[in-house]
Design a protein around this ligand. Structure first.
Ligand SMILES: Cc1ncc(COP(=O)(O)O)c(C=O)c1O
Length: 387
């Protein structure tokens, strides 16, 4: 989390558009946070460590770089490195964007007309949901809380209408940490293919998720669109590098058109640093997995010690834990008291409330990706023991 002064929305801006509740919650509590268990990303990489490990070629590019506009699609070197992360696509089938959120917004703009209908699987990151709900009619399909947040593909089938254009999913999922079983993904692809629907997956947690072999939808399906970024699994959200991988170059061109009204192109330093990071992907991901594993092994005994308060989840290998809060009181009241009294920030699942479908409000999301988790989990333990 930034150490800059807390941001709060000026009164005149409140209510002008749909409030981003997660952002509001963070801003509201920022001044009292001492222990952050809310981070959604892996431990941020330092610029120094990236440069130190860069190849001579990348370092030469770095020092010779000018600060002109970058290519609107993303520099070829970066798109080549990104395409190398997929089985089926070429660099021309990649559009670089300023983070996953811009990527998703551009895809929604490229695909959706006001007369269309879309299906969104919830819970999902609120701005992703809004990118779709602000453009057309939407049906929500909830993950199954009592079946480890499994996706029931029949529920998607039942939501399809004659004008349904796309299905938006996010696996591995935030906030639940749930993955998608290969058979479920295959069933979903078959359903989308039968109805000619686009299938968009926000895959920002794939590299660090429970199943590193989870197939990317663009590789599985000709109308699959994979959204990814260096923000979460790589711990580089400040770089603002995300992308769309899509085999249909007309859709990509439309998305690039949408992007021309947003960031236009990436920052050249970000493009260069992203190439350095992607070259070292196995090393960075292994580092992040080790850190997450260590944090899971700190968290689980704490939750087990306070079993009257939490139904502990099984470790899922990723960076998001989503235990059920058993009481006393509600999960959102617990989270507010915890940060106020102990300075420990966790996120209540009510922040993922959706107008599209019910989202269980009795969970808390704990981010296990960062080095700050060790003292934060110890502080949570102390608070629970004393409460
Ligand atoms: C699931 C999910 N997708 C996308 C984003 C946005 O990512 P980016 O910072 O790359 O725009 C977030 C940010 O928290 C997220 O949690």
């Amino acid at each position: 989390m930034s150490t800059d002064a807390p941001y709060s929305m000026p009164a005149a801006a409140v209510g002008r558009n749909q409030a981003f509740v997660l952002g509001g919650f963070l801003a509201h509590h920022e001044a009292v946070i001492r222990y952050d268990l809310s981070a959604s990303e892996c431990q941020p990489l330092s610029l120094a460590s990236l440069l130190e490990a860069a190849s001579p070629e990348h370092l030469a590019l770095w020092s010779a770089m000018d600060l002109g506009y970058a290519h609107p699609q993303g520099t070829l070197g970066l798109r080549t490195a990104i395409a190398g992360r997929y089985r089926t696509i070429t660099p021309t089938q990649v559009l670089c964007c300023a983070g996953a959120q811009e990527a998703l917004t551009c895809v929604a703009e490229a695909l959706l007309q006001p007369t269309d209908h879309a299906i969104v699987v919830v819970p999902i990151y609120q701005p992703s949901e809004t990118a779709v709900t602000s453009r057309c009619a939407v049906s929500g399909v909830p993950l199954e809380p009592d079946a480890r947040w499994r996706l029931d593909v029949d529920r998607i089938a039942r939501a399809i209408r004659p004008n349904t254009r796309l299905v938006l999913i996010n696996f591995p999922n935030s906030p639940t940490g749930a993955g998608i079983a290969p058979e479920t993904l295959a069933d979903l692809v078959a359903l989308c293919r039968k109805h000619g629907l686009w299938l968009i997956n926000d895959e920002v947690y794939r590299a660090i998720g429970s199943d590193p072999d989870q197939q990317q939808v663009v590789d599985l399906y000709e109308r699959g669109i994979s959204i990814d970024a260096l923000s979460k699994s790589f711990g580089m959200p400040g770089l603002r590098v995300g992308w769309i991988a899509c085999r249909d170059e007309t859709v990509l061109a439309l998305a690039m058109n949408a992007k021309s009204g947003l960031s236009s192109c990436l920052a050249r330093p970000s493009e260069a640093l992203a190439q350095m990071a992607l070259r070292r992907a196995p090393h960075i991901i292994a580092r992040n997995r080790d850190l997450a594993r260590a944090n899971w092994s700190r968290l689980l005994p704490v939750l087990a010690r306070h079993g009257e308060r939490f139904e502990a989840p099984a470790a899922n290998g990723g960076v998001l834990a989503f235990p059920r809060y058993l009481g006393p009181g509600r999960a959102d009241a617990f989270a507010a008291t915890l940060v106020r009294e102990a300075g420990v920030l966790v996120l209540p699942s009510s922040l993922w409330h959706s107008p599209l479908a019910a989202v269980a409000a009795d969970h808390i999301r704990i981010g296990l990706g960062t080095a700050a988790c060790a003292p934060a989990i110890a502080a949570l333990d102390r608070y629970l023991a004393a409460a």
